[in-house]
Design a protein around this ligand. Sequence first.
Ligand code: ADP
Ligand code: MG
Length: 248
Amino acid sequence: MSSPQIILRDIRKIFTMGDVRVEALGGVSLTISKGEFIAVMGSSGSGKSTLMNILGCLDTPTSGSYSFEGVQVEDLDGRQLADLRNTKIGFVFQGFNLLPRTSALENVELPLLYDRHRKKLEPRKSSIAALERVGLGKRLDHEPSQLSGGQQQRVAIARALVTQPSLIFADEPTGNLDSRTTLEVLTLFQQLNREGMTLVMVTHEPEVAQYVGRLVELRDGQLLKDERVEQPRDAAADLQAQYRGATV
Ligand code: ADP
Ligand code: MG
């Protein structure tokens, strides 16, 4: 663990609809270091997605300050924000968000085709490498409907990795997966994390939160808990145990 990658100070987010005001975040301060693996927990409506959207520069806070790798995010204009998102941040969502009737390879290439990419990555080569990294090197031509849920989520993770981001935000990435497939995704996340990737994952499943290094819990838009996990479980080992038919 090293220097702070993200510093949030007193982040508030208020949604107004007519004369109804909802305070989704009521002053959240959080520091994230490079190489952390964090689970954000909390019941429905506690502000998890709002926090992730702000962290991912998909939404702006009503007030507070956000520093990303030394850059003050509130000082950026729309184009600079888009650049930051496209080059530094990878997203993984619950619903995979893959294009139907489009091969795994083409799905993964998309972020590199859209973006006037500063890193000059070669789309085809980079996408094959990303799919190999998630264990789908033999599924390049498969369309989403020809892949299992876990494989689809791994394509989505390859798509998040292809731009070589410095961190990944995942909102309920295992929300649609059975327990074995969940372990496959967690195995991959733990591998990426060991290679130095920062990962922040929203989950409402306590079992999933056993695999991270730090637990953050929100309640009613406030940080209720922020603690280290002393000995995170090893997803690969638990997956092995499941394959051997043992109970975990
Ligand atoms: P979670 O992801 O933990 O379920 P959210 O961050 O989605 O919670 O929502 C936090 C609160 O903010 C909820 O009360 C929700 O209704 C409200 N909220 C979220 N997004 C919007 C929006 N775009 N407009 C109005 N209210 C919103
Ligand atoms: Mg949510």
